[in-house]
Design a protein around this ligand. Sequence first.
Ligand SMILES: Nc1ncnc2c1ncn2[C@@H]1O[C@H](COP(=O)(O)OP(=O)(O)O)[C@@H](O)[C@H]1O
Ligand SMILES: [Mg+2]
Length: 302
Amino acid sequence: MDALNIQNLTKTYATGTRALKGVDLRVKSGDFFGLLGANGAGKTTIIGIMTSLVKKTSGKAEIFGYDLDKDLNKAKKEVGVVPQEFNFSIWEKVIDIIVAQGGYFGVPRSVAMDRAEEILNALDLWSKKDQTARTLSGGMKRRLMIARALIHHPKLLFLDEPTAGVDVELRHGMWKYLNNLNANGTTIFLTTHYLEEAEELCRDVAIIKEGEIVRNDSVKNLIRSLEKQTYILTVETSKGRKPVKGFDVRVIDDATLEVDLHKDQTMSLLIHEFHENGYVVLDVRPKGNRLEQLFLNILQNK
Ligand SMILES: Nc1ncnc2c1ncn2[C@@H]1O[C@H](COP(=O)(O)OP(=O)(O)O)[C@@H](O)[C@H]1O
Ligand SMILES: [Mg+2]
């Protein structure tokens, strides 16, 4: 059974922006799935459509077999969502925000109270239950939204860039909690633009670029394809120098070269070979971060 199944999904906003250009995506029940992509790629739009905050332009979308056009209410019951932006009233108490959400899903107050205690304890927020949300730090607000999303025990949890604004130490605590939740059967769909986050958490990933899925694979395979890293070399001059054997070199200008380093080649070998061929290397730096690097690899191999 698929937790999520999207076929040929498109979204064109009223402004004319084509945010999704025919997306196909399947997420297996029980998966920890990551949707990776740069800002503006279409990640939030997909979550918006799946949680019925955004109206799709065309295509088919299902949650646990429920078609969003036909069985929206059934689909909604299975889903929890942690949005990218904080969207609770900062004047309400933590416990009230969570119990009210339970009410929205038909969870009786006494049941919601018990669940809230359990979830808030696990998220290290129980001591804050009677404080207004405005007194919480950014990381606590994010965890409050996770607690609120879980009160009706959804089978599928959407997390839109969950670690944005959460500092590094707290990030690991949150990751542990999410891993545990997934191990206990909740399917998780998260978006991120950190490859490291996907690496740490996800089993399967898709990469979205400008509204199109450019890769859909296991994290293992994805990382394996990061076989080559591009570096920018600053040299005194490349005029009249011989090509360096064994390396894929592109001349950007007289003093700037782009070189691909395969995973079986070392940086010292690269420097050595350039020196041997009469180059004076002044600086070496990686081109882009690892996610950008991965994009480059993927697009070159297409
Ligand atoms: N409400 C909206 N109206 C118009 N354009 C939008 C709206 N929401 C998002 N967009 C545009 O759609 C594209 C995808 O946005 P989004 O799904 O938020 O990307 P991501 O979450 O990957 O950063 C972007 O070009 C963005 O500017
Ligand atoms: Mg977004």
